[in-house]
Design a protein around this ligand. Structure first.
Ligand code: NDP
Ligand code: GDR
Length: 321
């Protein structure tokens, strides 16, 4: 039986990945930082909260992280923990740099100290591309990060690559484009929209306030994307991979599809709020997942329209409808 150690296990991807690995027969151990209230709702939603083991620790505290990894003796480490909301990274840039950037180095050091043979996945991001240099972004496209979050992820990306080249460690960057699900945090735009649609349809909310609705994103389903994380750690040699759907859509179009699902016209509810515009925007992202398809045999199964319908449906269920 293989053992996987997941940081960020209480987040969206952590929950789906834990479920995926448990179904593969893995022993799954999660790093959980101390919080004043329990944060296990996603694992409970997927009915796996009792099937994972826990180690208390924080990405900012190298000693707790090293102790946890030494005790877990994992074959694979998935580093998903981060301050992951781009918007908050302008409000808390230093914390973001510490967790999302330096945190990666802590994980690499903890592995190097424990057993450099442990394989490691780093949750890199399409936000690295930022101000895009090419219309469709691949592993070869240059980076131009546009937020403290993206700059922090860039540090993590290069550290992951550097430890691979310096110490011959099996470390991979998954450059994942946006992926969503019913377990997405409500601050991200897809879930903000699907939750609003469900609340408006049940007369609990009157309007939906958004910022830049012209931004375009390549949206996939988190449940599909976690398989690619695992596949990256099962290869002969470690490499970096873009994981995306290869389709891009505006926030406005996504909004229309969500409202259409319940028979409402989004134009009757949408309010543009200039306060929700970001100091620097990533206007368009469109990934090229050809390498992942060719080398990992991975391709997405869910279209963005199916994803948005799934999310509205889940939010309607939560509203008791
Ligand atoms: P979430 O925000 O849902 O989850 C983040 C996780 O990190 C939570 O479990 C959180 O725990 C944990 N965490 C935060 N700070 C610390 C800390 N100091 N020590 C230990 N754990 C901590 O993110 P997602 O699941 O959506 O994303 C997973 C990873 O993938 C992130 O690194 C994200 O940046 C990256 N990514 C995500 C994409 C997406 O579209 N979802 C696309 C590309 C990359 P708690 O809630 O208790 O704070
Ligand atoms: P993103 O996701 O920044 O791409 O990062 P988010 O859903 O927050 O924003 C997507 C786009 O929508 C625009 N937008 C709004 N966004 C939010 N959150 N709220 C609004 O009201 C709103 N109005 C318009 C944004 O300006 C943006 O252009 C996500 C995170 O999961 C990162 O961790 C990950 O690395 C990237 O995806 C890939």
């Amino acid at each position: 039986m293989k053992t996987a150690f997941i940081t960020g296990i209480t987040g969206q991807d952590g929950a789906y990945l834990a479920k995926f690995l448990l179904e593969k027969g893995y022993r799954v151990i999660g790093l959980v930082p101390r919080r004043s209230t329990s944060n296990l709702w996603r694992l409970e939603y997927l009915q796996i909260a009792d099937d994972v083991e826990w180690k208390e620790g924080d990405l900012l505290d190298l000693s707790s992280l090293t102790r946890a990894i030494k005790a877990a003796k994992p074959d694979e480490v998935y580093n998903l923990a981060a301050q992951s909301f781009v918007g908050s990274s302008w409000e808390q840039p230093i914390l973001t740099a510490q967790v999302t950037g330096m945190g990666v180095l802590h994980v690499l050091e903890a592995i190097r100290e424990t057993d450099p043979g442990i394989r490691m996945y780093q949750a890199s991001s399409s936000e690295l591309y930022g101000l895009i240099q090419e219309p469709q972004q691949s592993e070869k496209t240059p980076f131009y990060p546009r937020s403290p979050y993206a700059v922090s992820k860039l540090f993590g990306y290069w550290m992951t690559k550097n430890y691979r080249e310096s110490f011959h460690m099996y470390t991979c960057n998954g450059i994942l484009f946006n992926h969503e699900s019913p377990l997405r945090g409500p601050e991200f735009v897809t879930r903000k929209v699907t939750q609003a649609v469900a609340r408006i349809a049940t007369q609990k909310q009157k309007e939906l306030r958004l910022g830049n609705i012209h931004a375009k994103r390549d949206w996939g389903f988190a449940g599909d994307f976690v398989e690619a994380m695992w596949l990256m750690l099962q290869q002969q040699k470690p490499e970096d991979y873009v994981i995306a759907t290869g389709k891009t859509t505006t926030v406005e179009e996504m909004c229309k599809v969500a409202f259409d699902y319940v028979g409402l016209n989004y134009l009757d509810y949408l309010v543009i709020d200039p306060d929700l515009y970001r100091p620097a925007e990533v206007d368009v992202l469109l990934g090229n997942p050809a390498k992942a398809k060719r080398e990992l045999g991975w391709s997405p199964k869910t279209t963005w329209e199916e994803l948005i319908h799934m999310m509205v449906e889940a939010d309607l269920q939560r509203m008791g409808k």
